[in-house]
Ligand binder design. Structure first.
Ligand code: ADP
Ligand code: MG
Ligand code: ZN
Length: 410
């Protein structure tokens, strides 16, 4: 294991949970790994697969995520392929051929691929184990339930004796239990690290007017650093980015309405720091692997604490101190609520209302932010003392002074 870690992946040591999870996979046990974004979940299924002689099936919700993983494995000389609607039928049947010939180490697929034909094909293949990435999508208690993930409850029937390795970054106790039950995995399969990020400063402020002063004073404490600003709508990202550039900041807007080419280009500019600040909708995030993001600013209330924690978690993956600020107002809760109103009547919809309420209560609360997040996910941590606005009162003064000095300077 140690040799593969070094030779194939180039790392000297395992991160928390990685070794234990890999050992369980090698012992042919099921696992459900709950590990925050950036914790290194891919390695947990990739490394043991290299020690087995069949094919590992990886179920992933997004073509972009699959593409990234396939590309990086192939660069390492490992035969990984995907089946997806972004490829031609010919490409997909070539992949199926290699699969049946036992040539593939990894096959990435979307959950909707599991039709009778595909299941029958897989039943003829030597499978190492089946990976479910973003496993919270299986659960109506999760924050991103997907109908096509629900069918994965039959995996154990379709593939008898084949183990499952499920992964998610964020899950409450209810979500965890539901994932285990749905996938028919034993409770003992659960492996998780406490939901906390000690290197993040967490602050929330009531939004004042159009928030421009608050945003600019926050950015002024982060001159020349890389960061992400999350906005609610595409239009807001464009308007804010334009405004910031007129004030001498180096930003670009990013959202799902841009063509893939443009999005790739902006992403590349950000990665190479030709652009310092990305002003984005939540379309920007999944699969970003930039370690030195120093701040994340939300200009309005996120839908759930799960997504909020994932979004702020994109800062400080290098474990250096990083800053986050959430600007909120009561009207955000109302506008997000109308989005949920449009969902069909399900358990998931009910849960989404509750999650939004928890998010708003978090923002207005005066308790330690780190403690509240941990408690939401069912973990116990000490109050942070110095890493959230509610634990340091001076913090508010700091912001006020910055706003004042900003006004003075301009
Ligand atoms: P996740 O899926 O949990 O968000 P990834 O699997 O994408 O995280 O890994 C995040 C980053 O951490 C990647 O750049 C990966 O190469 C790196 N990484 C994973 N394991 C280790 C390790 N043991 N030592 C150092 N870096 C690691
Ligand atoms: Mg991942
Ligand atoms: Zn605190």
């Amino acid at each position: 294991m140690q040799k593969l870690l070094k030779d194939v992946f180039g790392f000297d040591s395992f991160r928390p949970i990685q070794k234990e999870a890999i050992n369980r996979i090698l012992k042919r046990e099921d696992v459900l790994v709950v590990l925050p974004t950036g914790g290194g979940k891919s390695l947990i299924y990739q490394l043991p697969s290299l020690m087995m002689d069949g094919t590992t099936i990886v179920i992933s919700p997004l073509i972009a995520l699959m593409q990234d993983q396939v590309t990086s494995l192939r660069l390492n000389g490992i035969n990984a392929q995907m089946l997806s609607s972004s490829q031609t039928n010919e490409q997909n049947s070539l992949v199926l051929n290699s699969l049946l010939n036992g040539e593939l180490k990894f096959l990435y697929v979307a959950p909707e691929r599991f039709n009778d034909f595909f299941i029958a094909t897989l039943q003829r293949v030597k499978i190492n184990f089946i990976v479910i990435d973003e496993a919270h999508c299986v659960s109506e208690w999760g924050h991103e339930f997907r109908d096509d993930y629900r069918r994965l409850k039959y995996l154990k029937e379709w593939f008898r004796g084949v183990n499952i390795a499920a992964f998610t970054a964020t899950a409450t106790k209810e979500t965890e239990n539901d994932i285990l039950e749905t996938l028919k995995i034993d409770k003992r399969a659960l492996l998780r690290v406490p939901t906390k990020r000690d290197n993040l400063i967490i602050r929330c402020q009531k939004r004042v007017g159009d928030a421009k002063d608050q945003i600019v004073s926050f950015l002024n404490i982060h001159k020349d650093e890389c960061g992400i600003i999350y906005c609610f709508t595409r239009k807001e990202t464009e308007k804010l980015s334009e405004y910031l550039n007129s004030k001498g900041f180096n930003s670009a807007s990013y959202h799902a309405g841009l063509t893939p080419d443009v999005r790739d280009e902006i992403f590349d500019d950000f990665k190479n720091e030709r652009v310092k600040i990305i002003v984005a909708t939540i379309a920007f995030g999944m699969g970003i692997d930039k370690s030195n993001i120093r701040f994340v600013l939300h200009t309005s209330l996120p839908k759930t604490i799960e997504s909020y924690f994932q979004e702020i978690g994109r800062a400080g993956r290098d474990d250096l101190k990083s800053d986050t600020l959430l600007l909120y107002s009561k009207s955000d809760e109302i506008s997000k609520r109308t989005l949920i109103d449009d969902l069909p009547e399900t358990k998931y919809k009910e849960n989404m209302y509750k999650k939004l309420e928890s998010m708003y209560r978090f923002a207005v609360s005066s308790k330690c932010r780190h403690k509240m997040i941990a408690e939401y996910f069912g973990d116990e941590v000490e109050t942070c003392e110095s890493r959230c606005d509610n634990c340091i009162d001076e913090d508010r003064e700091l912001i006020d002074i910055t706003i004042e000095s900003q006004k003075f300077l301009s």
